[in-house]
Design a protein around this ligand. Structure first.
Ligand SMILES: Nc1ncnc2c1ncn2[C@@H]1O[C@H](COP(=O)(O)OP(=O)(O)OP(=O)(O)O)[C@@H](O)[C@H]1O
Length: 232
């Protein structure tokens, strides 16, 4: 039986007088691929930030890898994130004056624990090797996203967390990036948890939840309708 790698119990986040996360309870197994779908404003980024230990919940319990992370100090959280979580941010968050390779290597640099062979495997696997010496300002959106994915698995994290990894990409690049996200997660043997409004990526995931006004519900199929022109 798979082990639970992340367990959230009755998580609540109160912002501006409202519960933007309103009693989320969920368990994610080791190696599971999970998609949290939700419309704009449903609380996806807030949940990503809570699971990524980037912000605090107002109440509830969050246990990752058997550690109650709600009790950790700011510094302990940063170290926990560095060593056990791989983050793919909506806006990539690459550092402009580092090359693609240096950006991908950042988690190893922060941990002062370099593994060049693993980094090369990831860069090759994600097709980044030919652009490894280029700076972010010279890369396309899809190329930047691949570098962000490489960075997320640089320390072989237990969980990769991704916030709208395909939100700004055209259909072809979306397919390529989502495949690479899965390949990178498989390569690093990690759990993958993605939050997204992008219905094009639904069929790739084993488990799908719907987030509506801060409440999480499991669905069998998710929302696979094409995106109409009047929606984002
Ligand atoms: N600091 C804050 N103060 C007040 N309200 C906030 C704050 N942060 C977020 N919210 C509100 O919480 C809700 C959820 O925001 P969140 O960014 O998590 O949604 P989202 O699903 O990621 O949206 P999008 O897809 O547009 O990025 C929104 O209604 C937002 O306005």
């Amino acid at each position: 039986m798979s082990e639970t790698v992340l367990r959230a119990t009755d998580l609540r986040v109160r912002r501006g007088g409202n519960d933007v996360i309103d009693g989320v309870t969920v368990a994610v197994d080791d190696g599971e691929t999970v998609l949290v779908q939700g419309q704009s404003g449903s609380g996806k980024t807030t949940l990503f930030e809570i699971f990524g230990l980037l912000s605090d919940c107002s109440s509830g319990e969050l246990v990752i890898d058997g550690v109650d992370v709600t009790g950790l100090s700011r510094r302990e959280r940063a170290l926990f994130r560095r060593d056990r979580l791989g983050m793919v941010y909506q806006d990539f968050q690459l550092i402009d004056d580092l090359t693609a390779r240096e950006n991908a290597q950042l988690p190893q640099s922060h941990a002062r624990s370099y593994d060049d062979a693993w980094l090369d495997t990831v860069l090759d696997g994600l097709g980044i090797s030919p652009i490894a010496d280029r700076y972010p300002s010279t890369l396309s959106g899809g190329e930047k996203q691949r570098v962000a994915i490489a960075r997320a698995v640089a320390n072989k994290p237990d969980i990769v967390l991704a916030d709208e990894p395909t939100g700004q990409l055209d259909p072809e690049t979306t397919d390529r990036v989502i495949s690479l996200l899965f390949e990178a997660s498989e390569l690093a043997a990690t759990t993958l948890l993605t939050v997204s409004h992008d219905r094009r990526i639904t069929s790739h995931f084993e488990t799908i939840y719907r987030l509506t006004d801060g409440t999480l519900t499991r669905t069998e199929t998710g929302d696979q309708r094409p995106i109409s022109s009047d929606e984002s």
